[in-house]
Design a protein around this ligand. Structure first.
Ligand SMILES: NC(=O)c1ccc[n+]([C@@H]2O[C@H](COP(=O)([O-])OP(=O)(O)OC[C@H]3O[C@@H](n4cnc5c(N)ncnc54)[C@H](O)[C@@H]3O)[C@@H](O)[C@H]2O)c1
Length: 345
């Protein structure tokens, strides 16, 4: 039997290697680096093939495929969202993804993306907040699950946040997040969402519940804040009272997907929104006054995963991380796949 050629071997980043990559680069520099890659791709938004993600819904959750391409590189992510999983000791969100060379169609990277999704979601939140939020040193973090510490640290790294005010209906989740973040920033555990948002210039909602939830109502939120609403991300799963959307300037990733999955699913199809890439490219305004409420209705878009995979691909060389997978059949004569199988006996 002949050994597979180099083009037939695909680098694979396991969970273990992703964790080692995080420590090799450093968590905060990696969040900053991811934000740079995501922002660079948002600034060339029009180049990309875009489609709302392909979602398969069930009573328990959703399984989704998120593809995109910039014409040279193609990427997709497989991701699930199952809010009841944590009760069974499983994660709400797990993921893996792939990059491929458009010119040959050959995969060039396969990676775990559960950790990478938490990193890229945090990097996206902070990239958006850096462009829209008022000057502030304090944020509220409502929902203290798997995403929460990454969210807080990305806001610290990119937006200068020094205090995180934590709230979760499950006190054990708040205690976990407080312990994980202690020593990294000032941590204030709170016993209600109202208490958490006191004095916070950035309010992140990142809860998991498959219903039209009202984590924030209109009368709870004062003028001039930035809301980073990222937990509501599929049909029938939202976090904000619709009246709050009327008071805010709403920013989204890709409008056709957000109308299906985001907070704005509660609004008519002509509800006014601004796509974030336009703000970053300088063609649409971001925050226009101190008293304005800016609201990022973040659902997670394929380009963010594409950027994150690009970042990992570029960060890997020289680290000794990533194992080569014999993933692609590679007959010496490309048309003799059958012969290769028979000779393997
Ligand atoms: N927008 C994006 O790109 C993106 C990316 C990843 C995850 N998400 C979504 O973010 C959400 C959180 O993800 P996770 O991995 O942290 O989930 P998780 O299950 O680990 O944590 C969710 C937390 O929300 C808490 N919670 C539920 N209802 C609440 C309420 N009413 N008030 C306060 N806290 C409440 C739960 O107790 C839990 O601790 C999920 O809905 C997920 O689908 C969005």
């Amino acid at each position: 039997m002949t050994a597979p050629s180099d083009t037939a071997l695909v680098p694979f980043v396991s969970v273990d290697h992703m964790m080692r990559l995080v420590h090799h680069v450093g968590l905060r520099p990696m969040l900053r680096g991811l934000a740079e890659y995501i922002e660079a791709d948002f600034k060339r938004w029009e180049l990309f093939d875009k489609t709302p993600r392909v979602a398969s819904h069930s009573a328990q959750g959703v399984i989704e495929l998120m593809p995109t391409s910039d014409g040279e590189v193609y990427g997709f992510k497989y991701v699930n969202g199952h809010p009841r999983n944590t009760g069974e000791g499983l994660q709400t969100v797990t993921a893996f993804g792939l990059l491929a060379d458009v010119s040959t169609g050959y995969p060039v990277l396969l990676s775990e993306m559960t950790i990478l999704t938490a990193l890229r979601t945090a990097a996206t939140s902070a990239m958006v907040a850096r462009a829209l939020a008022p000057k502030t040193k304090a944020m509220a973090m409502i929902g203290n699950g798997a995403q929460s510490e990454f969210q807080a640290l990305a806001m610290a790294e990119l937006c200068g946040i020094e205090e995180v005010r934590l709230y979760d209906i499950d006190r054990a989740a708040t205690a976990k997040a407080a312990a994980n973040l202690s020593g990294q920033m000032r941590v204030t555990p709170c016993t209600s969402a109202e208490e958490a948002i006191l004095g916070a210039g950035i309010i992140t909602t990142c809860t998991a519940d498959k219903q039209y939830a009202t984590i924030l109502t209109d009368n709870m939120v004062g003028a001039g804040v930035h809301i980073n609403a990222i937990g509501g991300d599929c049909p029938g799963k939202t976090e904000l009272h619709p009246a709050l959307l009327d008071r805010a300037e709403v920013f989204v990733e890709y409008t056709p997907q957000t109308r299906i999955e985001g907070e704005i699913q509660q609004k008519p199809d002509d509800f006014q929104v601004t796509e974030m890439w336009e703000v970053l490219a300088g063609t649409r305004p971001g925050r226009t006054s101190d008293r304005q409420i800016t609201l990022f209705d973040g659902v997670g878009f394929a380009i963010e995963d594409f950027s994150a995979l690009r970042y990992v691909r570029d960060a890997l060389p020289g680290t000794g991380l990533g194992q080569m997978l014999d993933m692609l059949a590679d007959p010496d004569d490309p048309r003799d796949l059958f012969g290769m199988v028979m000779r393997a006996k």
